[in-house]
Design a protein. Structure first.
Length: 203
């Protein structure tokens, strides 16, 4: 099947059918995992023919890529740090970012756990996520640039990478394997840790 054969839904009914396929895929992949879920099973779960499935997606991996994009849009769309007023305290900005990422992981948590697992297992799957992480690193670097005079470091790109990686690791561990952790306390302490790392003085 070629790219031009893939249907781009425009009518409401067609869009709903495609969404049913995506919803079915999330349910099955969350329960069984990506590798143990077939395109045929997704089509059956969605109540469509396998031909209909392939009219919207070239294969299972293309469907997965779109699902990952959807997840990142949900998790990151509330994060618009560039729109914050200039007089917002630095700590509040960091706290807002961490809190928003935590809230984002409450959406389709089981499927997000599968995304994280696949990324750890395979460079191929990790690459699917990298474009979104690269964009976020760039955004964070630009934000830090506004505080350049107060920062301990001049390497904004590396600092952004370290912060985003640390936040992701803590959010994943707290959300996927909570074990009785106090989420509010985790957010507060992580915020303080990042602010102390970044700035010469406490804000």
């Amino acid at each position: 099947m070629t790219e031009k054969d893939i249907r781009i839904p425009k009518q409401k009914r067609s869009m709903e059918k495609k969404q049913k396929i995506k919803d079915a895929a999330i349910r099955l992949m969350s329960e069984r995992g990506y590798h143990k879920t077939s395109s045929n099973e997704i089509a059956k779960e969605a109540g469509v023919s396998i031909g209909t499935f392939y009219s919207y997606f070239k294969d299972k991996k293309e469907l997965y890529k779109e699902l990952v994009a959807d997840i990142y849009n949900v998790v990151l769309s509330p994060i618009d740090l560039e729109e914050l007023p200039a007089d917002v305290p630095v700590r509040d900005t960091v706290y807002l970012y961490i809190s928003t990422v935590f809230r984002g992981h409450e959406y389709e948590t089981a499927f997000q756990r599968e995304i994280a697992s696949l990324s750890e297992q395979s460079d191929e799957f990790r690459e699917i996520e990298m474009q979104y992480k690269a964009n976020l690193t760039l955004l964070f670097s630009n934000i830090l640039g506004q505080y350049r005079e107060e920062l301990r470091t001049e390497d904004l790109k590396t600092a952004s990478y370290l912060i985003l990686t640390a936040v992701e690791a803590v959010v994943h561990d707290t959300t996927f394997h909570n074990g009785g952790k106090n989420k509010k306390a985790v957010i507060e302490e992580l915020t303080d840790m990042i602010v102390r790392y970044l700035f010469r003085e406490n804000f």
